[in-house]
Design a protein around this ligand. Sequence first.
Ligand code: PGA
Length: 253
Amino acid sequence: MMSTRRYLIAANWKMHKTLEEARALAREVRRGLTWGLKAEVALAPPFTALAAVAGELADSDLRLAGQDAFWERQGAYTGAISPMMLKDAGCHYVIIGHSERRQYFGETDHTVNRKLKAVLEVGLCPICCIGESLEEREKGQTLARVGQQLEVGLAEMGSLTGEQLVLAYEPVWAIGTGLTATPQQAQEVHAFIRSRLRELLHAAAEEVRILYGGSVTPDNAATLMAETDIDGALVGGASLKSASFLGIITAAG
Ligand code: PGA
């Protein structure tokens, strides 16, 4: 990783944790962090646990994140949560375009673009997820797919600074499967993403952090993050227990 980009290790708890479990895990992560940490750490609990986790993280450097947001500010949109509400709940980050949102909730590159704009408007930092399916990888379409997700997702974004955006490359075939991309496979795509970002965002591209996600564990985190363009991890399964999540944070140095 380039020295100017600070690693970000983000926990995506997905649809896990009751209030009591969420509080306990947040507390354990907070207590387990050592002083002088190189990496930035963020927790994305389910919406119901945001306030409880915010309480546990108060007066710490740990960041709170939402798992999704709708693009409208408020209105008759049953079941939806707006970026403004997430900001109000204490979030700094919000995950947008996760492959599970694309697969189960009809998210498209176009809706990702609308959400990104709405999130940026209220001053939240999106963690925008992109990645190819197994079929796309096997057909040799990985870079084309990821390029399209970037181009449509980041369309009409205006000028952005490097701190306003985080990307997460998550090959769909590696999420929750135990199949991790090799560091070389991941770096190839991360380098491609960086080169496309240079065209879209110019100098800011050097500051945008590109996380890897998909079966990250304490055992594979260090070699993945040693790659030039891998600036941290978006962690699902291994973030549900403090020991494995802290192990990944430690691997970031
Ligand atoms: P996983 O999930 O670590 O369980 O593969 C990663 C993600 O979906 O963000």
